[in-house]
Design a protein around this ligand. Structure first.
Ligand code: CP3
Length: 344
């Protein structure tokens, strides 16, 4: 695994080729995914079915030969394991019981996370056995703040008003909830690391909703504690942080969170990123997924712009957010060919 293109890059060693994978690569834009999805009773039991989760994890690798696979699971598996009644409603998205106010979880519940999510570890083992050493396997979890937005609202939200309100109203209780989620997330990522994940990624998809004054408290410190906790448990896999929409807060995030690499959303200017992050700090991103609906000349121009901006820093090509279900599969191939033909 140490001579793997993705792993070397994420560890800060620029290679003569740019490794590539895409967020949500195992998903509904693939007919072969939809075929397996149709056989599954519900989304949570699909995630907890090691054979099927492994099969869909491998689909985009078989089709496109990406440099990394990401295990098929979801960031809401942790609140599911914490017994928040998580379910996915077709055409609505995730639903869970909403909390009245933030509070700590019992140690028993936090400890039960590893056991309840053991099928994800099994899916990782099955997948590793099928992957060639050229393809890395990424394990992942949601970051505490993003998980809190779902636990507060009981699902997706437009403005995250409840979680943001809690942060001003219930500071002590928020600290308790953050600590419980930090411990639960360490348990889940440790499980995935032990199962053989080559890298780990922490999705803070709604970091954009955190006021600048609270970024350190709600985004950076929880991330640092998770990274530190994993190192203390003896896991030294590279960790990618994805503080989506954090803006100029990226500078402090990179300086203080202890992550090895950072995922970039499409709202951030790659030229600004290259100017403002420490030399050689690895980055991943950041093409707008919606550019793939047409794959017109402007998409190729932006791919070139991103690759040029990161020409002298370790860079993993990716989208700025997940690929959308209506994306034509041949457009993904066009993007891939364009990135690959730039390197010889
Ligand atoms: O291919 C991969 O990237 C690996 C699998 C993966 C899924 N979810 C599978 C999934 C990953 C990495 C995630 C992360 C995830 N899940 C995030 C963080 C990334 C982001 O998008 O910001 C978030 C916020 C979630 C929560 C979530 N899961 C929502 C809001 C939804 C419903 C909306 C939607 O896109 O359907 C999901 C469902 C989900 N997770 C699907 C997949 C493939 C689609 C469900 C289906 O097939 O029925």
């Amino acid at each position: 695994m140490t001579d793997n293109l993705f792993i070397k890059t994420v560890n800060g060693h620029k290679q003569n080729k740019t490794p590539m994978w895409i967020m949500r690569q195992a998903g509904r834009y693939l007919a072969e995914y939809r075929a397996i999805r149709a056989t599954q009773k519900d989304f949570i039991s699909f995630c907890l079915n090691p054979e099927q989760a492994s099969a869909v994890t491998l689909q985009p690798i078989t089709r496109y030969g990406f440099d990394a696979a990401i295990i098929f699971s979801d960031i809401l598996m942790v609140p599911w394991a914490l017994e928040q009644n998580v379910r996915f409603q077709p055409n609505i998205g995730p639903l869970l019981d909403s909390l009245d106010k933030p509070s700590m979880f019992s140690n028993d519940l936090i400890d039960s996370v590893s056991e309840k999510l053991a099928p994800v570890a099994k899916a990782i083992r099955l997948t590793k056995a099928q992957l060639s050493p050229q393809t890395a396997l990424i394990g992942f979890a949601g970051a505490p703040w993003t998980i809190i937005t779902y636990m507060a609202e009981g699902g997706s939200s437009r403005d995250f008003a409840k979680a943001r309100g809690w942060a001003w109203q219930y500071q002590k209780e928020m600290d308790g909830l953050l600590d419980s989620l930090i411990e639960s997330t360490i348990n889940f990522l440790s499980l995935q690391a032990r199962a053989g994940a080559d890298a780990l990624m922490l999705f803070d998809s709604w970091a954009s909703a955190v006021p600048a004054a609270q970024r350190n408290w709600l985004v950076i410190e929880p991330t640092r504690k998770i990274v530190t906790g994993l190192r203390e448990k003896g896991h030294f896999q590279p960790i990618i942080g994805f503080p989506k929409g954090i803006g100029e807060g990226l500078i402090a995030y990179v300086e203080h969170s202890s992550v090895n690499a950072v995922g970039l959303d499409h709202g951030i200017d790659p030229v600004w990123v290259d100017k403002n992050l420490p030399k050689n700090f690895p980055v991943q991103g950041n093409l707008d997924p919606l550019s793939l609906l047409q794959a017109g000349p402007n998409m190729f121009k932006d791919i070139d712009h991103i690759l040029d901006a990161f020409a002298s820093r370790p860079h993993i090509f990716n989208l700025g957010h997940g690929i959308t279900p209506p994306t034509p599969i041949e457009n993904v191939q066009l993007m891939l060919d364009h990135v690959r033909q730039r390197h010889h």
